[in-house]
Design a protein around this ligand. Structure first.
Ligand code: ADP
Ligand code: MG
Length: 319
């Protein structure tokens, strides 16, 4: 079983940032209002995520580390309509198979917390307010061949930072903090979406961006797209979210780029943060854990809608 989980880990756990993604999504799914991330050595040495969500009951703790254990699907039917981001029940088992993982959690209404050691499966009482602390240490300690593919501490940290930004942009209502080797790098209070965008993209971005806002009934697009005067750093600053989930999708990227080409005759590095909402039945989120691609039922309609919405915003006169 450990071997099966280690193989699954090859798909889910590419690097520290992929661990961070899964653990952060779980904290979001748990209804957390505040989430704190502590990284050491680019996340390779340690990723610790503390949340104030619903917690995990004692009898569920061991289950949480088992493959295909998920509290998020009641029936196969739910797969179609699943609203939460994680729904496969494989992530924690895979992570625990290639790291030293402990989970400490106190469920709503429980008298105290419990801790489970991922290696031994041992349960012990612990002290914690409501919520969960997932501590993932020593990535790939037992699979040295994989460890060799990890990049420098700075590079792995940069990937973690990027993952953190995506989750933070998607969830402005959640307070989020990130620290690396004991130094705080992001402290984000719960805020309005626009303030969260400013905090992560810089006020400079907002000053030189047009607001995008279009409601087409079954499709809605909101966010900001930079004008050419915006000179950004070299960091990739193109964020597209579909139903609250970060995606990198050719169709959407193309629609935005075409708007920049048509209206501004191109802009070398457009920066944008865009949120598309549509009926979940109209989109397949690829079920592969590591993928961030989507498939639209009516791709042409989505392309046109995004193209027109961004074009209209860019064409508006004024600063
Ligand atoms: P999935 O998220 O696909 O259900 P995971 O392996 O990521 O699978 O997590 C397994 C289960 O552990 C979840 O379904 C959830 O019940 C529980 N869990 C994990 N992290 C948390 C958390 N931070 N707060 C509450 N429950 C959690
Ligand atoms: Mg999950």
């Amino acid at each position: 079983d450990l071997l099966v989980n280690q193989i699954a880990a090859g798909e889910v756990v590419e690097r520290p940032a992929s661990v961070l993604k899964e653990v952060l999504e779980n904290a979001v799914d748990a209804g957390s209002r505040a989430i704190e991330v502590q990284l050491e050595q680019g996340g390779v040495r340690r990723i610790r995520v503390t949340d104030d969500g619903c917690g995990i009951a004692r009898e569920e703790l061991a289950l949480a580390l088992e493959r295909h254990a998920t509290s998020k699907i009641a029936s196969l039917d739910d797969l179609e309509r699943v609203g939460t981001m994680g729904f496969r029940g494989e992530a924690l088992a895979a992570i625990a198979a290639v790291t030293r993982t402990t989970i400490t959690s106190r469920a709503e209404g429980a008298g105290h917390a419990w801790r489970i050691d991922g290696d031994t499966g041992e349960l012990s009482p612990a002290a914690l307010n409501q919520g969960t602390v997932i501590d993932v240490a020593d990535l790939y300690y037992n699979t040295p061949a994989r460890r060799k593919f990890l990049k420098s501490e700075a590079t792995e940290y940069a990937h973690c930072d990027e993952m953190f930004r995506r989750i933070a942009l998607a969830h402005p209502e959640i307070g989020l903090q990130l620290s690396h080797n004991g130094r705080v790098s992001h402290r984000l209070p719960p805020s309005e979406p626009i303030r969260r965008v400013g905090a992560l993209m810089g006020d400079d971005f907002l000053e030189h961006a047009r607001e995008v806002r279009a409601d087409g009934g079954i499709l809605a697009l909101a966010g900001f797209a930079s004008m050419p005067a915006y000179s950004r750093s070299s960091r990739d600053a193109q964020y597209f979210f579909v139903n609250g989930r970060y995606v990198r999708d050719k169709l959407l990227t193309h629609a935005v780029r075409q708007a920049y080409t048509d209206i501004l005759h191109g802009s070398r590095h457009p920066a944008y943060v865009l949120f598309l909402q549509l009926d979940p039945a109209g989109v397949d989120v690829n079920v592969h854990p590591a993928k961030i691609e989507v498939r639209f039922r009516d791709a042409r309609a989505v392309h046109q809608f995004v193209f027109h919405a961004v074009s209209r915003a860019l064409a508006e006169s004024g600063a």
